[in-house]
Design a protein around this ligand. Sequence first.
Ligand SMILES: Cc1cc2nc3c(=O)[nH]c(=O)nc-3n(C[C@H](O)[C@H](O)[C@H](O)COP(=O)(O)OP(=O)(O)OC[C@H]3O[C@@H](n4cnc5c(N)ncnc54)[C@H](O)[C@@H]3O)c2cc1C
Length: 298
Amino acid sequence: MGLKKFIKLIKDKGYTVLENQKFCDHTTFKIGGKIRAFVKVSDEVSLIQLLKLVKKYKIKYFVLGRGSNLLCSDKTFFGVVIKVELNTLTRRNDYIISGAGVSLFRLNTYAINCGASGLEWSYGIPGSVGGGVKMNAGCFGKEMKDVVHCVTFTDGKKIYKRFAKDLDFGYRHSFFSNNEYVILKVWFKVNFVDKLQVKNRSNEFLQLKKATQPCEFASAGSVFKRVNGITPVPILLEKCHLKGVGVGDAVVSTRHCGFIVNTKNATFRQVFKLICKIKKTVFKKFGIILKEEIVILR
Ligand SMILES: Cc1cc2nc3c(=O)[nH]c(=O)nc-3n(C[C@H](O)[C@H](O)[C@H](O)COP(=O)(O)OP(=O)(O)OC[C@H]3O[C@@H](n4cnc5c(N)ncnc54)[C@H](O)[C@@H]3O)c2cc1C
């Protein structure tokens, strides 16, 4: 089935399809072209049904969280972008149970308000719970794997549940890195302590991020993974004199040279060229092949 017919089909089934969206308005990099069909899903049943339909009719699709780890092409995306807006957030016993679409910022605010400790380090990461778990987001020596208890997810047929020990968590990697499952809900194991303690700790981490990351510019966070999960890339880039180097409006941040920033109107091609230039330079000097942490959607 063609995309036009598919859009009509899902509209007939009650989905609201936005046809004039652009990736640059849905990503923190502020880069990316038109999206032919953009559908927000705010309940599990609609998400599962939509997944089933895109798969049945072999329609190209992409699952979007908060777009904070993405570099998207400037060309039109001829498919369906499924924006995960599963936004439920509750607590039960020692757990916070969060929909995959909840922003980490909202999760942190919730944790602060109920004195739940364990997630403080993630305050200020601009992603969603689903994106965070898929990437095993982390900073300051902590990662999602330290606080995730279990996850429910779907392939459009069934809902599955797995505990953290079976989620193959590694450095910026999880069971979800190499498959098409969509995360629905996450149970976080937290400790209920004094509210003020959680608030202060969270704010400390937030201030640290603000002081070290180029928050004044659009970006997608660290572009490359640490080498072997250990050597920080900024050290290598500094040694290669790549700090401040740019292609058009895409520039290696001077504040945190693991970030490429969009200083004005950077394009996909400019960022991509800069990534290639960095990889080539680092390989020439150290013989190291850098791997991207960001997801590149062409
Ligand atoms: C200023 C800045 C600072 C950052 N700091 C950090 C940091 O300190 N530590 C860190 O780890 N990262 C950091 N990041 C990167 C980013 O915020 C995280 O990787 C975040 O977890 C990505 O979540 P997202 O919802 O934005 O995912 P998206 O960018 O929307 O998507 C990323 C990937 O996850 C997939 N995905 C999204 N939702 C789901 C779902 N429900 N089910 C299955 N797959 C899904 C997408 O298809 C895509 O493959 C930073 C980014 C910025 C811009």
